[in-house]
Design a protein around this ligand. Structure first.
Ligand SMILES: [Zn+2]
Length: 185
């Protein structure tokens, strides 16, 4: 785990998993299923997985939701748009049939307000893509909308390519000092 700020940790497993030691204990994105053992082992060094109360998903692509089953006591949140798209087209939202079937069994809660954070809706890579600005540390969790050297693909079933430019513009205007993207490329 990489320590980004006093209460923020990062784990890179192709995609990035973030742990925020705030109240309630929060995870942002879950990594791919293939990394389950590493996610379990590494996260356990900083938090008991059963103590995680909140999981926020920037979007539902398989490499961001793969390990929801590691958090038995968490409530799962995403943008209302992402939840609606998943209900319409589970396979299109997740990009994996089996995982989308299992993911249907968890209760998803729409995230419209989050204390201490600004929520920024950034359709483009995914229709319901959500970015979060952690105001105390000025860290921007940008999912697959903005990477250090580019942006997420726009050719996926839930992509809305025509909206990406406006979403990136929104992010440019934010006052952040550290980018915490969904992938390190
Ligand atoms: Zn994605």
């Amino acid at each position: 785990m990489e320590h980004l700020a006093p209460d923020v940790w990062k784990l890179n497993v192709d995609s990035n998993v973030y742990y925020l030691d705030i109240d309630p204990k929060t995870i942002i994105d879950l990594g791919p299923e293939e990394a389950k053992d590493i996610v379990k082992e590494e996260l356990s060094k900083v938090v008991s997985l059963g103590d995680v109360e909140r999981v926020i998903l920037t979007h539902f692509h398989l490499d961001h939701i793969g390990n929801f089953d590691l958090f038995p006591n968490a409530k799962f949140y995403a943008s209302p748009e992402e939840i609606a798209f998943f209900k319409e087209n589970p396979m299109g939202a997740v990009l994996d049939k089996k995982l989308s079937e299992r993911f249907k069994k968890i209760e998803l809660h729409p995230l419209t307000h989050l204390e201490g954070f600004d929520l920024i809706k950034t359709p483009g890579h995914a229709r319901g893509a959500l970015c979060l600005l952690y105001k105390k540390e000025k860290i921007l969790f940008s999912g697959d909308t903005l990477f250090r050297n580019g942006m997420g693909r726009l050719d996926l079933p839930s992509s809305e390519p025509q909206k990406m430019a406006a979403s990136l513009e929104k992010l440019k205007k934010l006052d952040y000092k550290l980018l915490a993207p969904g992938h390190d490329y």
